[in-house]
Design a protein around this ligand. Sequence first.
Ligand code: ADE
Ligand code: ZN
Length: 345
Amino acid sequence: MTAADFVAALPKTELHVHLEGTLEPEDLVRFAARNGVELPWRSPDEVRAAYSYTGLDEFLRLYYLGCTVLHTRADFHELTAAYLRRAAADGVRRAEMFVSPQSFLGRVAVADVLGGVLDAIADARTDLGVDGAVLVIAQRHRTEAEALELLDAVAPWQDSLLGVGLGGAELGNPPSRFARFFADARRRGYRLTCHAGEEGPAGYVREALDCGVERIDHGIAAADDPALVARLRDEGVPLTMCPLSNLRLRVVDDLAGYPIMALHDAGVVVSVNSDDPPYFGGYVADNHRALAEHLGLSTAQLAALARSGFRASFAPADEIAAGVAAVEDHEARAAGSQPNVADAP
Ligand code: ADE
Ligand code: ZN
């Protein structure tokens, strides 16, 4: 069995995907036409051609422009349902998705954003067997006061929300600037994540840990800091890594030296994720395949990463155990079916 075949049916998690960032160019153009939004592009191919970035800030400009085509509860339902269909086809069993109501302030009511997303998650649970959940993220280029207002704004849906995170333009906006936001979210009972160490330094990952964050989104900068790697391992804080995103945003020059297995081997719980799939050229299985190809991963290593994904999730313990068992089952079946090319001496 090839690594690509093994990845296709490997039970997976997706713990770092922005719903706004799952808008396929065809849907972007279609939503824009439907909602009367003028875009600088006329066709999906023109949109795709624009998806080349020098870094996070340039990407975010396109991403926020893409957000302007989403107007109604039905749009958010369609967006989420389409993503979950692709995730299910990709072997995703558990999807913990970000959405940022601040992307739509003044245009779309929080009730329409969250209502559409939550309805689609409920549908996918019964229709597709995907266990979906949503985390609301604040944007770090805005003020902490606005982040605190966001917590008030989403309070009516708190029982349906999994957690809270922080995303957006990282450099110059360290996690410590949002210490009260994280403390308030924690007091309210949310699970906490934070984008840190994507373009920012290892120190931002430390600050996120000091804010009580339970999972770091990206965290690649930690790989060069042995003391921080040890802290992540000892405190059991996972990293949700996004190889194709890091490549397209020039966080890394290539995937040959991507540090995910070094972190895993050092005892950190690491998972493979897509971030904003159409913007970065791949969904979660594409990210696994890219790692398999560029790092020469064996099926055993791919299975280890998939198990880490379930362990890094905020799912109940019995669901985590079931996910881990499903990966082991897949590994055993694959090993029994034919000699493993990638594992051959
Ligand atoms: N929002 C969407 N994608 C993001 C990323 N890669 N980093 C920070 N914020 C984001
Ligand atoms: Zn992200």
